[in-house]
Write a protein of this length. Sequence first.
Length: 277
Amino acid sequence: MRLQSLEVPVADVSRAVRFYADVLGLPPVVRMGDQAATFFLGDVHGGMVTLMRSAKPISSEGPVIVFQAEGGMDVARARLQARGVQFVGMEHSPLGLTAYFHDSEGNRLALFDGTISARFREQARAPLGELQARLREAEARTMAVLDGLSEAQARHIPAPGEWAIVDHVGHIIDSLDSCGRLVQELAAGQQPPRDRLWRKEYPSPSFAGALADLRRAFSEAHAWLQELPGTASESSLAHGVFGELNNREWVAFMLFHVGMHAGQVQEIKSAPGFPRA
């Protein structure tokens, strides 16, 4: 069987039409007054989505419509954020990276990028100078998004069960330190223990202290990256999502990972309810 169309419940057809046309950029097919509207999902061969007026409350726990992240996740997310979209979560899977958001009615949508793993495997083959430049860029972006935050802002919890900004900082510190150790061990032909990679919690006595530790971790990362061999290690360590990675592939993953968490910090800052200074 071939998918023909999806029906999506909406409370306000006109409002939903503006979102799917102006924000998502879907080509319209037909409008049926204030009762329904249909759009192509991508081109004319990709099926259709029909927005159906519904008097029932819209559930944010229903099925997810997933769109391909054209141009890569960073480009696609930035394009939608510029149109007012606020992302509410991101997940890794063996297939790639998924970023979730809602339409104007509260239905769950997502962007999917299945090229993440392939991209950082390719980036792992870059010259050392390019990897060093990317680390400097990741550090600058991370420190810029954290600049000027108060203790209260850093410890603001966006939603139950979610991380505060200070938790993201702790996780970045942990990833820089852990990657540094395993990259050097893999280069030396050793096999790092998988169970020591990441911590689960990141207690910090103060946000200022966390920032100081972050600067230390970046400084040490610049130092150990300087010693990265020009060829990939024969030994590898399995990542829980992306599989076996050699020493240079772990560096590329680390750079991607730091940038991802810096982006999540920016999303926390931009979300409604974030405390103002």
